[in-house]
Design a protein around this ligand. Structure first.
Ligand SMILES: Nc1ncnc2c1ncn2[C@@H]1O[C@H](COP(=O)(O)OP(=O)(O)OP(=O)(O)O)[C@@H](O)[C@H]1O
Ligand SMILES: Cc1cn([C@H]2C[C@H](O)[C@@H](COP(=O)(O)O)O2)c(=O)[nH]c1=O
Length: 205
């Protein structure tokens, strides 16, 4: 059995990560590909704590809690699914820590150090969107925690993810930037599905 592929989806809140995850999963499964769709913070104990406690945990404490959840998630869910040959698509991964934890005052080197043993994705997707549109989407949907209570978060996150999208390829990570400002989620899902299928056909994945 050949190993599966790890595809990560990161980007500002409201960019459309969970929508894209759902659509791509449906398309790949319809094409006969087995997908493990997952999210971070995970549904494990540390992940549940992190997701519900961004008002309590700040800075280094939240960075470590999110990283601890990530290692647990890798060990209990991601690696077993990759070992079973599945495509694992994860809504938020290390790039979100490079964005959110740095915006929360944590040095990027510290974030890199505590995530150094998380496996690198085979494809890192950064989903971008005009911050004005993001603000509208967040206002309609409501806040998902402390970060989104900041009225400038869409601008700050967008700027961070632009930096991260340039940084990941320098670390040898295959990176795809998709923009949900003008493109319908179905169009983006079609594009990403094609890229993942191409990735699966490459040798030595
Ligand atoms: N390509 C798109 N074009 C227009 N609207 C979109 C697009 N993708 C998602 N949306 C809409 O934007 C809103 C936010 O989408 P979604 O919940 O998928 O974002 P998200 O990135 O997962 O957010 P968060 O990280 O904060 O949970 C939803 O109302 C969704 O229907
Ligand atoms: C992966 C990851 C998550 N977080 C925090 C930020 C948000 O409060 C939640 C994720 O919620 P969403 O519905 O996906 O927007 O978790 C974080 O601080 N750092 C991370 O790496």
């Amino acid at each position: 059995m050949s190993r599966g592929q790890l595809v990560t989806l990161d980007g500002p809140g409201g960019a459309g990560k969970s929508t894209l995850l759902q659509l791509v999963t449906g398309r790949l499964e319809a094409a006969g590909v087995t997908v493990h769709a997952t999210t971070e913070p995970s549904h494990g104990p540390a992940g549940q704590l992190a997701r519900g406690s961004t008002a309590i945990f700040h800075g280094h404490a939240l960075a470590c809690l999110v990283a601890a959840d990530r290692y647990y998630h890798v060990e209990t869910e991601i690696e077993p699914a990759l070992g079973a040959g599945k495509v694992v698509i994860c809504d938020r991964y290390v790039p979100s820590s490079y964005a959110l934890q740095v915006l929360d005052g944590v040095d990027q080197h510290f974030v890199a150090a505590i995530n150094a043993h998380a496996p690198q994705p085979d494809l890192a997707v950064i989903l971008t969107c005009d911050p004005v549109i993001l603000q509208q989407r967040l206002a309609t949907r409501g806040s998902h925690g402390r970060f989104e209570d900041n009225p400038d978060i869409s601008y700050a996150e967008s700027a961070r993810f632009r930096v991260i999208a340039k940084m990941l390829p320098t670390e040898g990570i295959r990176t795809l930037v998709l923009d949900s400002t003008r493109h319908h989620a179905d169009f983006l899902a079609r594009q990403l599905t094609t890229v993942i299928q191409t990735l699966r056909s490459l040798p030595h994945q």
